[in-house]
Design a binder for this molecule. Structure first.
Ligand code: BDR
Ligand code: CA
Length: 311
């Protein structure tokens, strides 16, 4: 299995990403780190603990990370994810706790101690990852690759040009894309190919486990906000797409391109400028996801939820 650290801001779709990473046999989930994004880091950390409690994920350290983006003030997605950051299900008190280390320290320690290079899977603003790369320059050589959910080859979902994870911390994203570490970008253009359709919800419900039902409640709330804000009939479940790319590259097809993060545009700050046609004559610095095999994707997600739900 591929050793990974998932850096997240749960978040309805982050929750599904955690479950896929913990439940799929192709992944060795070494840690869950949290960051401010969909909600404050206090709330996203509590949500990570809640998910791990319901899913029985008790052997994976959870560490809280940055509370603020590198430069600009935090902007949360309460309209999408609710006041808790993961509205919908009713959670009891979590029994899974965090470790006392900061997320960036935990990441660095795992990277230096693990016998093989580790893949980072950020599904949130890139603040923790950027801090790791700047504070510990030797970490880069220990990272096998960074497979992230963020950006788009097309338009944004927070501004006409910017996707939420990049929009919240553009400076951090810029550091990551310019770091020289192999980066795979799973943006909106591909995550919009992963809608939680009524058929998906019926399959999760049909697992007849507490965890399956929790997923249905999460996706039902997520569907209601995506319907209200953007008119989607089924909500795109962004974050597990990055995990699926690590599980089996054939599920998420990519092309090589130069990706730049726009930091100064008057209307386009936070945009990922993806040079699919080599207009800029810049070296390739990313693999950019362009197509999702959505049936294979949902099969893996549902199998992971099934596995965890039965333990
Ligand atoms: C991204 O923004 C967040 O709201 C989601 O969790 C996902 O990571 C999609 O733009
Ligand atoms: Ca997220």
């Amino acid at each position: 299995p591929v050793p990974i650290i998932i850096d997240c801001d749960p978040g309805h779709d982050d929750a599904i990403a955690i479950l896929l990473a913990a439940g799929d046999p192709a992944i060795d989930l070494l840690a869950i780190t949290t960051v401010a994004g969909n909600q404050t880091v206090e709330k996203t950390t509590l949500n990570a603990r809640r998910i791990c409690t319901v899913a029985g994920i008790t052997d994976v350290p959870i560490a809280a990370g940055c509370a603020q983006p590198l430069v600009q003030p935090l902007l949360v997605a309460e309209d999408v994810h609710g006041d808790s950051g993961m509205d919908g299900p009713r959670f009891g008190d979590p029994t899974v706790d965090t470790v006392p280390e900061h997320a960036v320290e935990l990441m660095y320690r795992i990277l230096t101690e693990h016998p093989e290079p580790v893949t980072l899977v950020p599904t949130a603003p890139l603040t923790n990852v950027a801090l790791l790369l700047t504070r510990y320059p030797d970490a880069a050589a220990r990272i096998r690759e960074i497979v992230l959910m963020g950006g788009s080859t097309e338009r944004g979902n927070r501004t006409p040009a910017a996707e939420f994870n990049i929009h919240v911390d553009p400076e951090a994203a810029d550091i990551v894309f310019r770091s020289g570490v192999p980066v795979t970008m799973c943006g909106l253009n591909v995550t919009h190919q992963a809608p939680a359709t009524p058929d998906v919800l019926a399959r999760l419900d049909g697992l007849s486990t507490e965890l399956g039902h929790m997923c249905v409640e999460l996706m039902t709330y997520f569907a209601s906000t995506y319907q209200r804000l953007w008119g989607f009939t089924s909500p795109p479940v962004h974050d597990p797409v990055a995990v699926a790319r690590v599980i089996d590259p054939a599920i998420v097809q990519c092309v090589d391109a130069h990706v730049a993060v726009e930091l100064h545009g008057r209307y386009t700050r936070g945009a990922t400028v993806v040079d699919l046609h080599q207009y800029l004559d810049r070296p390739v610095n990313a693999r950019v996801a362009v197509h999702l095999e959505s049936e294979l994707f949902w099969d893996r997600v549902i199998a992971a939820v099934d596995t965890l739900g039965r333990r």
